[in-house]
Design a protein around this ligand. Structure first.
Ligand SMILES: [Zn+2]
Length: 71
């Protein structure tokens, strides 16, 4: 666990469930928001992007799947 303000168990559980269902429970250890990631690291919100992907995102808010496929 990195040193940061904890997001709260409801939010953590929501992100953990989304990450687990996506097959990547380790994503819950990423930052929860772009702000928390300082715009420098991937973060995982646990919410779908506009194309329906559950995936970590970068500062552009573009998800990693969209980035791979040029969406
Ligand atoms: Zn996407």
């Amino acid at each position: 666990m990195t040193h940061r303000d904890f997001e709260g168990w409801d939010e953590y559980n929501r992100r953990f469930t989304a990450a687990t269902e996506a097959g990547h429970p380790e994503w819950v250890r990423l930052a929860a928001t772009n702000k928390e990631a300082n715009g420098e690291r991937p973060y995982f919100t646990g919410r779908e992007c506009k194309h329906g992907h559950i995936s970590p995102r970068y500062k552009s808010s573009k998800c990693m799947v969209c980035g791979l496929h040029g969406l």
